[in-house]
Ligand binder design. Structure first.
Ligand code: GLN
Length: 184
């Protein structure tokens, strides 16, 4: 299994490390041709405006729109995939939604289909302000969706790559496997 991590800006090394620990062959993606032959792609957190700007500069915006493997966006990566930007998942997001005072925090959250709580790190995080009917909401904080999935696209408003808990990355790898077998 080969998975790419968009490596333009932000917390991409942390995702690379988690995926390597899970035994995945990881590629840092900086150019469109590096998407060829990948089974999945992670769009990391960072600053969504910067990531969009750099992606457009290198033609990666169009290339990611055309990519047909599983995709996992975290924090800024979730924003980049929304309706208003790359349009790969039918959600609207509110950026920096948790407010300036308590903009960064950690919380133990309940995840749909997962037995034990997940310790989630939120850093100037967005939340999902609207979701289409095909979007499954997998976790919420104060009633606001923070983890969701629509078919091959998974998004989290927090940073699972900053803790040792690999359960969400493993869930993503299941999506990658499913998507690979659908395409085979
Ligand atoms: N606030 C950032 C943005 O709007 C996202 C923060 C993050 O990725 N940790 O792009």
């Amino acid at each position: 299994m080969r998975v790419g991590v968009l490596a333009l800006q932000g917390a991409f090394r942390e995702h690379v490390n988690v995926l390597q620990r899970l035994g995945v062959d990881v590629v840092e993606v900086r150019l469109p041709k590096q998407l060829e032959g990948l089974d999945g792609l992670v769009v990391p957190g960072g600053e969504s405006t910067t990531i969009m700007h750099l992606a457009a500069l290198y033609g990666l915006d169009a290339a990611i729109r055309d990519f047909n493997g599983a995709i996992f966006g975290t924090c800024a990566g979730m924003i980049v995939l929304d309706r208003q930007r790359l349009g790969l998942i039918d959600i609207a997001v509110e950026r920096n939604a948790f407010g300036r005072q308590v903009s960064s925090f950690e919380a133990d959250i309940e995840i749909d289909g997962v037995d034990e709580l997940f310790h989630a790190v939120f850093i100037r995080a967005p939340w999902i302000s609207d979701a289409g009917p095909a979007v499954e909401i997998l976790a919420t904080v104060d009633g606001h969706p923070v983890l969701a999935r629509e078919e091959r696209v998974l998004v989290a408003s927090f940073h699972p790559e900053l803790t040792d808990d690999t359960r969400i990355h493993q869930r993503f790898l299941e999506l990658v496997r499913e998507e690979t077998s659908v395409r085979a």
